[in-house]
Design a protein around this ligand. Structure first.
Ligand code: NAD
Ligand code: MG
Length: 392
């Protein structure tokens, strides 16, 4: 029996995780669930999974949930605040933590889980982008098992030798081929991008996801963040990771070997596949996903990424090469710019401009500790807000 904490259980990854968990009551037990403020959904999840703890961010929502659970006769203890997120990530009775909070808010609890030696199912890519070396050091020091949930990284993980220890050369790996759908604006006339709305940006052709990652997919910053994520997960250099645009999203990524072999993982675009693999690794379990019908897919296409159309991708490579605090600043500026776009304060094309201005304005420092990361994150948010105030 694997005992789980699901951070961000009310989100897209969180609900998909619970969907897989519900299919295997003999294998998984939910110890803690957390959400931002979605009281109704978290209530229904508590009724279904009877966790020992539920966490919400503010006291108002927490007392609402407490009352509903009492009335329903469910004895889940409701905790509140950011410290509680860390608390439920390190509980001695928890074996594995699904890190599915969106954005920088996921960093602290995910890092706490790593320090506590929990098995980590990592969906929150921002943790690795912001604090790659700090996080990987914690994982290595505690001996945590780190399972990538991001579909591309899960595919790479599945396509690498099972005993891969972070040495590409020794494993005969010559390149990591990271696939990208190209998002909803792959073919939109450039002149029209100025006026695209949050609704258009969030309407991804292949995947249904939270709003922040959907906008990231539309700018291809998501792929940029994933390049940085791959750098840390697989100990690869920027030049070892090639982005390949593959609009059908059937191949979830590939690994190229020195003998000419290329191994890939394919499947329908459904996050329950990588989630199930992370949960059951090294075994496999039913994920509720329909089998891939290659005759229906019929054709698969591949294109080189267009760095002019997607400047965010170039900015991510730039930050990766600059190293130190640069990726944390990239991530923070992106979070602020995406929130402003979703709030209709800035046009779509201003997202990369805000990020570029932040990277230009701030010096890069080496990262030795979490404080270095959090300092860079705060500073980048401040400069990004200033940039946004200039347009609004
Ligand atoms: P989402 O917006 O649907 O859900 C986010 C979850 O985090 C919710 O439970 C929300 O309540 C919680 N949350 C938000 N802000 C919070 C805060 N400040 N403090 C605590 N909790 C907070 O997002 P998602 O699409 O499920 O993505 C989650 C993570 O997984 C992201 O890092 C994303 O990049 C990654 N990811 C998602 C997908 C996908 O298909 N959705 C695929 C790959 C990776
Ligand atoms: Mg992905």
């Amino acid at each position: 029996m694997q005992r789980l904490t699901v951070l961000g259980s009310t989100g897209s990854i969180g609900t998909s995780t619970l969907d897989v968990v519900a299919r295997h009551p003999d294998r998984f037990q939910v110890i803690a669930l957390t959400g931002n403020s979605q009281v109704g959904l978290l209530f229904r999840q508590c009724v279904q999974f009877k966790p020992r703890y539920a966490v919400l961010l503010d006291e108002d929502s927490a007392s609402q949930l407490r009352q509903s659970l009492r009335e329903a006769g469910v004895d889940t203890e409701v905790l509140c605040g950011v410290e509680a997120l860390e608390q439920v990530s390190v509980l001695p009775e928890v074996d594995a933590v699904m890190a599915a909070i969106v954005g920088a808010a996921g960093l602290r609890p995910t890092l706490a889980a790593a320090k506590a030696g929990k098995k980590i199912l990592l969906a929150n890519k921002e943790t690795l982008v912001m604090a790659g070396n700090v996080f990987m050091d914690a994982v290595h020091a505690s001996g945590s098992a780190l399972l990538p949930i991001d579909s591309e990284h899960n595919a790479i993980f599945q396509s690498l030798p099972h005993n891969y220890r972070g040495d590409m050369q020794r494993s005969g790996v010559s390149k990591i081929l990271l696939t990208a759908s190209g998002g909803p604006f792959r073919k939109t006339p450039l002149a029209d991008l100025q006026n695209v709305t949050p609704e258009q940006a969030c309407a991804h052709p292949n995947w249904s996801m939270g709003r922040k990652i959907s906008v990231d997919s539309a700018t291809m910053m998501n792929k940029g963040l994933e390049v940085i994520e791959a750098r840390w997960l697989f100990n690869a250099g920027a030049d070892d990771i090639q982005v390949v645009v593959h609009p059908q999203s059937m191949i979830h990524s590939l690994v190229q070997y020195i003998d000419g072999s290329v191994l890939a993982q394919l499947g329908n675009p459904d996050m329950r596949t990588p989630i199930a693999y992370g949960l059951s690794w090294p075994e496999r379990i039913d994920a509720g996903v329909a089998p891939l019908d290659l005759f229906k897919v019929a054709t698969m296409n591949f294109e080189a990424p267009d760095f002019e159309r997607f400047p965010c991708l170039a900015l991510a490579y730039q930050a990766l090469r600059a190293a130190g605090t640069a990726p944390a600043m990239l991530n923070a500026a992106n979070e602020v710019a995406v929130a402003a776009f979703l709030d209709r304060q800035i046009p779509f094309l201003y997202i990369p401009r805000v990020i570029a201005a932040v990277l230009d304005a701030l010096p890069v420092y080496p990262v030795h500790s979490l404080d270095d990361v959090l300092g860079a994150d705060a500073e980048a948010r401040r400069v990004a807000e200033l940039q946004i105030r200039q347009v609004t």
